[in-house]
Design a protein around this ligand. Sequence first.
Ligand SMILES: NC(=O)C1=CN([C@@H]2O[C@H](COP(=O)(O)OP(=O)(O)OC[C@H]3O[C@@H](n4cnc5c(N)ncnc54)[C@H](OP(=O)(O)O)[C@@H]3O)[C@@H](O)[C@H]2O)C=CC1
Ligand SMILES: O=C(O)C1=N[C@H](C(=O)O)C[C@H](O)C1
Length: 234
Amino acid sequence: MKIALLGYGRMGQTIEKIAISRGHDVVLKIDKDDKDYDITKADVAIDFSLPSAAFGNITNCLNNGVPVVSGTTGWLENYDKALALCKEKKGAFIYASNFSLGVNIFFELNKTLAKMMRNLKEYQVTMEEIHHTKKLDAPSGTAITLAEGVIENNNNYNAWELDTTNKKSTIPIAAKRIEDVPGTHSVNYASEVDTINIEHIAHNRQGFALGAVVAAEWLVGKTGVFSMKDVLGL
Ligand SMILES: NC(=O)C1=CN([C@@H]2O[C@H](COP(=O)(O)OP(=O)(O)OC[C@H]3O[C@@H](n4cnc5c(N)ncnc54)[C@H](OP(=O)(O)O)[C@@H]3O)[C@@H](O)[C@H]2O)C=CC1
Ligand SMILES: O=C(O)C1=N[C@H](C(=O)O)C[C@H](O)C1
């Protein structure tokens, strides 16, 4: 497969190594200053760029009939527009706040736990995410997906907020920035007597990158908007 990498930073470079090891060719490596490139050289594009750049990159792919996988976080105010364009152009698109197999299992565990806690009003949920100091967005896309998973499955909660909140129905998400941490997420239900805690710790970026390449392999030849749940059959 011929792959375009839209964003050749920490993730783009990790994805390149995994893509090559799986027999693919990386035909484009695009960063901020690369403007006049021909995206149709690629069979599929993988976007891990910046919150400010992702929607433009996705639009360019869909307008040119190139299937696109995006892992960039912090651009979701434009997500519905990307879906509409994908439908209009009969294109193929996958966004995931986290492409790792482990986190996608953790997402399902989080939903199941949220359902189990529905009637236990003595517990209050909080979330924490820890990432490296170069991360631009907070809270992380993964933490937002986790909060949405709780809201959809537990009617004691209807919103999330960064840092703290004084509303019982709002999930507070603490975002910590510590040098070199690839990504740690925890969901905690605390009562007066105990705490239930589930946690996912990424040891490096390999899991995110492998998931993105597997998603790109899966997407080529399909039409529609998909999620990692579709790719992994969870
Ligand atoms: N979904 C998931 O599984 C994961 C998602 N992420 C997300 O992926 C994104 C990238 O993360 P990371 O690789 O660590 O970040 P980096 O900052 O290392 O890389 C981003 C790259 O995008 C480039 N860029 C800037 N403008 C454009 C543009 N218009 N088109 C294409 N590329 C551009 C930057 O180039 P320059 O340096 O020249 O500005 C930089 O090389 C973040 O949003 C992060 O949250 C990260 C890990 C996993
Ligand atoms: O910026 C990162 O590094 C990461 N971003 C994603 C997010 O915002 O959830 C996924 C992962 O945690 C790493």
